[in-house]
Design a protein around this ligand. Structure first.
Ligand code: AMP
Length: 582
């Protein structure tokens, strides 16, 4: 199917949607529109937002409405006020050539009196949140006796927001003969129960597989240590200068914290969470929709009503506890045929969640490395150059200053001038990322499965250290008369600690390696800072920082096997230590 004419839509509708830029029907429209126009059959549609489902049910509803009678003929129930407003807006633009057709939105948190007076003027299609719609039905302000279509939009969201009872009541009170359409991005068991109870032999239509995300969304993850999550987020934002996305957090507190930090760090960001008043919500959403904000930090609940088409990224600051939520989050990008990226910042312990999500959506996530400072600076530099190329010059405004500017800069040649202009902004990134550390989590089980290098080719400093131990380097060796007991003496002397577990000691000619309980790693390195041995200033450092990260795991996050091994090692050390002291 290539065009809307073949779907038997009226010329009035086709002309309106053509003006909106709809050239051909989306897959869900191809499937749903003919069924709704030709029959009264109930329908369950598996579709996410962004697939064009509003037009899929909205266009036939408009076409089937009898505008010669002033009766409400269709009700569309949707989970949030924002979605109600959006759907109403969409239906109004689709029906712009139907002069007498009226669509009214009703939702909580807004004056019921105004909504009642709108209903009393006569309306054909009501778009409402379940609670307010039921309230109006009970007050007998919304007449449902002539309803021929009920749409449950984002049914799974309505259920998860606690509207189950309201939905049941509405479906029970509306006429038996009505056509019921249910759209949902996921199909939890409760949806099947609603469909079994209230729908007659519904036709099941799917714009994709069950619980599957859009094909044009790329799923990516970065693996970092938990403490580096925020730093990784900033790098992701910095390496994508044109990012326009939502950062999902699990709690209001985290949402506020991250948004505050981003704002303080100079990002164009704001927060959307349940503690905001409706006016504050509207203001934040308005700024985000009009792209005056690049990053919106939000909780899942608060972001529900937000419908924005061209998001470049969805960022999961952490993976949600429920896999369904991931589908909703990622479904906010890659809408209307565009491509999008859903990325997640994970730490090791979240890997199992990742596997569960992969299984559910039937797609593999690609692992990317958190960009280095160098990569970010490069990206920002080219963005800067692009901005310079594209900036429009307001000749009349700048003209009066040019003579002075030319004079002031005449001593600079072309190359220096370019370098200086670019550096004004670029220096900020250079200095911020100067010496920036590698944030990539090193302990990836996928990497661990790779065959190890042959023994002789492994660097001595990379030697596997036992769990719970860190391997340190010291610039002293046999040539400077260091031996195991003098090394232990040095540690005792400078740390003033007698209970440090010391592991393997390797004395070389000019330097040595020794292992210590990881929880004393920092204390020893600090103690050795101004220390000396036989008048030689001591230089000590971590022999293999990568292994240190792995070994500084706290006992609570060791696996049982690791804990067992660790205990065994400690008791062995104790025996050796005892022998040494004896
Ligand atoms: P929805 O899933 O209804 O929220 O629609 C997502 C976006 O796709 C909205 O901005 C619609 O205006 C747009 N859209 C819907 N149908 C089409 C179509 N056939 N062609 C192009 N865009 C569409």
């Amino acid at each position: 199917m290539n065009n809307f004419e073949e779907l038997n839509l009226n010329a009035e509708l086709i002309s309106a949607i053509t003006e909106l830029g709809f050239v051909k029907p989306t897959p869900i429209q191809e499937l749903v529109i003919p069924v709704l126009l030709d029959s009264n059959r109930d329908l369950v549609g598996l579709a996410q937002t962004g697939t064009g489902k509003t037009a899929a049910f909205g266009l036939p509803m408009i076409q089937k409405t009898d505008t010669s009678i002033k009766q409400t003929q269709g009700i569309i129930l949707s989970p949030t006020r924002e979605l109600c407003i959006q759907i109403t807006k969409d239906l109004k633009s689709y029906s712009k050539n139907y002069k007498n057709l009226r669509v009214t939105a009703v939702y909580g948190g807004s004056s019921i009196e105004t909504q009642i007076s709108e209903l009393q003027k006569g309306t054909h299609i009501v778009v409402g949140t379940p609670g307010r719609t039921l309230d109006l039905i009970k007050r007998k302000k919304l007449n449902i006796s002539k309803i021929n279509t009920v749409v449950l939009d984002e049914a799974d969201e309505m259920l998860s927001m606690g509207f189950k009872e309201d939905l049941n009541s509405i479906l029970e009170t509306t006429p038996e003969s009505k056509q019921t359409l249910l759209f949902s991005a996921t199909m939890p068991a409760e949806i099947s129960r609603i469909s079994a109870k209230f729908m007659k032999n519904p036709l099941e239509i799917s714009a994709g597989d069950k619980n599957v995300t859009a094909v044009n969304v790329k799923h990516i993850y970065y693996e970092v240590q938990a403490r580096d999550r925020y730093e990784a987020l900033k790098r992701i934002a910095d390496v994508n200068p044109k990012i326009y996305g939502i950062i999902f957090c699990r709690t209001r507190r985290e949402t506020k914290e991250i948004a505050d930090k981003l704002i303080q760090d100079g990002y164009n960001a704001d927060a959307l969470h349940g503690d905001l008043s409706q006016a504050q919500r509207d203001s934040v959403m308005g700024k985000f929709r009009s792209k005056h904000l690049q990053l919106l930090v939000a909780t899942d609940v608060a972001a529900r009503g937000l419908d924005v088409d061209d998001l470049t990224h969805i960022i999961n600051y952490n993976l949600p506890d429920e896999n369904d939520v991931y589908i909703h989050r990622s479904g906010r990008t890659g809408r209307a045929g565009k491509s999008g990226i859903s990325l997640s910042i994970l730490h090791m312990r979240e890997k199992h969640k990742l596997r569960a999500v992969e299984k559910m959506i039937g797609r593999k996530f690609d692992k990317l490395l958190v960009p280095s400072g160098k990569e970010i600076c490069e990206k920002q530099l080219f963005k800067l150059v692009e901005n310079v190329e594209k900036v429009e010059i307001d000749e009349s405004q700048i003209a009066p200053f040019l003579d002075v500017i030319y004079k002031k800069l005449e001593w600079l040649n072309r190359e220096d001038l370019i370098k200086k202009f670019v550096s004004v902004e670029f220096n900020r990134f250079l200095s911020y990322y100067k010496g920036a550390k590698d944030l990539n989590q090193v302990c990836d089980p996928r990497e661990e499965r790779k065959p190890r290098q042959p023994k002789e080719r492994r660097d001595r400093s990379e030697r596997q250290t036992e769990f719970g131990f860190s391997r340190l380097f010291i610039n002293l060796g046999s040539s400077t008369n260091l031996n195991p007991s003098s090394l232990i003496g040095l540690i005792n002397q400078y740390t003033r600690e007698r209970n440090i577990d010391i592991g393997r000691i390797e004395i070389m000619k000019n330097f040595s390696f020794f292992e210590v309980d990881s929880s004393f790693e920092k204390i020893i390195l600090k103690a050795f800072k101004d220390a000396s041995f036989n008048d030689i200033p001591i230089v000590a450092e971590l022999a293999n920082p990568k292994q240190s990260i792995q070994n500084t795991k706290t006992p609570s996050n060791f696996t049982r096997k690791e804990n067992f091994k660790r205990k065994e090692n400690f008791s062995k050390r104790k025996k050796i230590g005892k022998k040494r002291r004896d």
